[in-house]
Design a protein around this ligand. Structure first.
Ligand SMILES: C[S@@+](CC[C@H](N)C(=O)[O-])C[C@H]1O[C@@H](n2cnc3c(N)ncnc32)[C@H](O)[C@@H]1O
Length: 216
């Protein structure tokens, strides 16, 4: 069980409350990596959205596949993940990956600086259902916290299921997500239906957001 019982302003995530129903995720991806299967769809899109050698934050990095996929493409990647069992699994699968054991809500520029990591990012990635597994009622706060980590012109890539999400996840309707993003000072630049940019659909949403004060 993860969560922060001693830190009242960082409530336990839906992910942590859903354990052990969520364990399938980490073993499934570890197996796919061991078999040499493709687990890089999200990393490929993120790579195409950035310049070479970009500074990228992988928020809710899980077992580390996206952090690893982006590092392999030459980017400077900070991965944060509050579930310490996943941080350990990430290190076992990708030695030296160095995920930080942090919740999005506590990931401020000051905290990142204290860990010796960049404090502003060209791209923030929160894929694989992170946003439907946040703690209840923290979506706007999480969006605002991540927005404050964007470098000028920086963007955010978010993806989650609109239906049939994983155990313990919420239903997050597109219009509610857009309202939360707008309230957090973000503009929706794109909604697609997959990481290969299929048209928007009712099963999965991939969002590209930018700061609403970004130069267009
Ligand atoms: C299904 S896993 C996906 C992990 C990874 N992004 C991937 O695509 O492989 C969902 C992740 O969201 C993380 N998560 C949920 N709420 C979070 C929060 N507030 N801050 C950081 N990570 C969070 C969980 O700990 C879990 O690792």
């Amino acid at each position: 069980m993860t969560g922060h019982p001693d830190t009242p302003d960082v409530p336990p995530t839906r992910w942590s409350l859903a354990e052990p129903g969520t364990h399938g995720y980490s073993s499934r991806f570890a197996e796919l990596v061991a078999q040499g299967e493709d687990v890089d769809g999200e990393a490929r899109l993120a790579d195409a959205l950035t310049q070479r050698g970009a500074t990228i934050l992988d928020a809710g990095a899980g077992m580390g596949r996206v952090t690893a996929g982006l590092r392999a493409r030459g980017h400077t990647v900070t991965g944060i993940e509050p579930d310490r069992s996943l941080v350990a699994q990430a290190e076992a699968t990708y030695p030296g990956l160095g995920l930080l054991p942090l919740d999005i809500l506590e990931t401020t520029p000051e905290v990142l600086e204290a860990h010796g990591r960049p404090t502003a990012y060209a791209l923030v990635v929160a894929v694989g259902n992170v946003f439907i597994l946040l703690a209840e009622g923290t979506e706007q706060r999480a969006l605002r916290t991540l927005r404050d980590l964007l470098a000028p012109g920086g963007r955010m890539l978010i993806g989650f299921h609109l239906s049939a999400g994983p155990a313990g996840s919420r239903t997050y309707a597109p219009e509610e997500f857009v309202a939360d993003a707008t309230a957090a000072g973000l503009t929706v630049d794109l909604r697609a239906g997959s990481y290969e940019l299929h048209p928007a659909n009712e099963e999965y949403a991939v969002w590209l957001l930018s700061r609403d004060d970004s130069p267009s």
